[in-house]
Design a binder for this molecule. Structure first.
Ligand code: HAM
Length: 509
């Protein structure tokens, strides 16, 4: 990377703050601008997007690759392109303690191509198909759907030139989004090869020169540096000019045209909702031929594309790999995908939905419960709150967790060698032989297989068990078994959350 350019986004070795910026001062320590926490309650949306990625990867035979988050800056200068916005303005780049120019990855494709070359994957059966999920970093102006740390899931297939691969990759990205219930339209274009693109660039420049007075500052720079990006401008004044600009499709040579027609033919065959969009040029240097983006159906201008990709037939060679190694891929912006999942208000399954809650009351019961839990967690989806002494608080938690059964172990049960099993759906409570609890739980959970969420209770058996009310002695109080469970199935209040040692009123459990 040229020295002056590097200066723009590197800190001098050993300094703590970027030169021009005033120190942050004694501000509260919060997340860095454009970066955010993904909290436990949001994980179900993220897991859905991640699971959908893994599922599609398995369906189409892609292997997971993890590349480092830090790479030499040169990797991105060579691949993403030194004239691109990403490399010019957006990389978190610095000089490390050893004097090397390092960048925090702004995208995943260069790292995957580097790995393909570095590990001699050219010797494997081609194409080599890899996918990744992870954070990317771009110092962009934060705004809706645009962050400085964001997550991508990406797919790259290296070593295959045929249009079937392009169509299949387009389909895969669409499937990931569609399986999540998001309505999207694929925007497709071809930007040809270097030869046809040169002809096109000349025609484009000729056209834009006639309108240069009306262009925004950025477009004037683009004219000099990267004319294809003129078509990407979202400024209203430039939009009108873009309307009548020459279209790349008219400049494709025979081979590029044939390739693109085949891609479209396969997309038609697959009935994929796509729009031919001559304005899609993509902002990275390595693309050729097929390029595409995924836009949410209501995002008519593609302001926050859900993903994008295309062919990059020249990149392996540019990076020092074997000549003429074709490739194609795409990445999805998971932050945007997740935001769409949320908007759709589809009910997401909780990541971990326990079936059984183990509650305890009294010191000896707590000790026994600690050990029992270690046994049960191996075969059942369990939950507990052993740090709470109040039975009321524990039962409230069990209720909130919507478990199917709660096991209750008190001092009386410890001395009797029993345990109480409470059915949270059927409002039935029974005393079970402690040694038979695993078999009992397995038997009862079977009723939920095929999971409609409602247990079929063996009513005669349980009624009989419940007809004789038993008394339990919990040290300072005696509790009578009850079959009146409206109190905690139906949401009666149990008072404060964790009042240690709170005694449940008789019949509260
Ligand atoms: P990209 O278009 O730069 O392509 O990024 C892909 C997707 O990442 C975008 O469509 C968007 O959803 C998301 N994205 C990008 N920047 C941000 C941001 N600042 N905040 C939130 N989301 C963002 C690439 O990165 C290429 N590597 C794609 C590719 C793979 N081409 C071939 N293989």
């Amino acid at each position: 990377m040229p020295k002056q350019q590097l200066k723009k986004h590197t800190m001098e070795k050993g300094t703590q703050e970027p030169k021009k910026r005033a120190p942050r001062g004694k501000k509260e320590i919060i997340t860095i601008t454009g970066m955010r926490d993904i909290l436990p309650q949001d994980q179900k949306y993220w897991q859905a997007a991640i699971n959908s990625t893994h599922k599609i990867a398995a369906d189409y035979g892609y292997g997971l690759i993890e590349t480092p988050i830090l790479e030499y800056t040169d990797l991105y200068v060579k691949s993403t392109g030194k004239g691109t916005d990403i490399v010019e303005k957006e990389m978190f780049a610095f000089m490390d303690q050893g004097g090397d120019h390092i960048s925090v990855r702004p995208e995943g494709t260069p790292g995957v191509v580097r790995a393909y070359i570095q590990h001699g994957m050219i010797n494997l059966p081609q194409p080599v198909k890899m996918y990744y999920i992870g954070p990317m970093f771009r110092h962009e102006k934060p705004q809706n759907g645009r962050y400085r740390q964001f997550f991508q899931s990406g797919f790259e297939a290296i070593g295959e030139a045929g249009p079937t691969l392009d169509a299949q990759l387009i389909l895969m990205g669409y499937n990931i989004i569609n399986d999540l219930g998001i309505d999207a339209v694929v925007q497709v274009n071809s930007i040809g090869c270097t030869v046809c693109r040169e002809e096109y660039k000349k025609a484009l420049l000729k056209y834009y020169k006639q309108h240069s007075k009306a262009l925004c500052e950025n477009c004037l720079t683009r004219m000099a540096k990267n004319p294809m990006r003129l078509l990407d401008c979202k400024e209203p004044s430039c939009e009108a000019i873009k309307e009548n600009a020459p279209q790349i499709l008219d400049y494709l040579d025979d081979e590029c045209k044939k390739h693109f027609m085949k891609v479209l033919e396969y997309l038609d065959e697959l009935n994929l909702p796509y729009a031919l969009n001559p304005r899609i040029v993509r902002g990275l240097d390595y693309y050729n031929r097929t390029v595409f983006e995924y836009w949410a159906a209501e995002d008519l201008e593609g302001k926050t594309a859900l993903g994008g990709g295309g062919r990059f037939d020249g990149l392996v060679e540019v990076m020092g790999g074997r000549e003429k190694t074709p490739a194609c891929g795409f990445s999805l912006g998971l932050d945007r995908v997740v935001s769409k999942i949320r908007e759709s208000e589809v009910l997401m399954e909780e990541i971990y939905q326990p079936d059984i809650f183990l509650a305890q009351l009294g010191e000896s019961a707590k000790k026994k419960a600690l050990v029992l839990y270690e046994k049960l967690r191996k075969d059942f989806k369990m939950s507990q709150a052993f740090y709470k002494d109040s039975l009321k608080a524990q039962l409230e938690q069990a209720n909130k967790l919507k478990v199917k059964y709660t096991l209750i172990l008190g001092q009386k049960e410890v001395s009797d060698g029993t345990i109480m099993l409470r059915d949270m759906n059927g409002a039935v409570q029974e005393v079970i032989d402690f040694n038979k609890i695993e078999a009992e739980l397995a038997k009862r959970l079977e009723k939920y297989s095929g999971d409609e969420g409602v247990a079929v209770i063996d009513t005669e058996e349980t009624k009989a068990a419940m007809s004789s009310k038993k008394k339990h002695d919990y040290g300072d109080r005696v509790v009578e078994e009850t079959n009146d469970f409206q109190d905690f199935g139906g949401g009666a209040s149990f008072g404060g959350d964790d009042a240690a040692g709170d005694a449940p009123a008789s019949g509260d459990y």
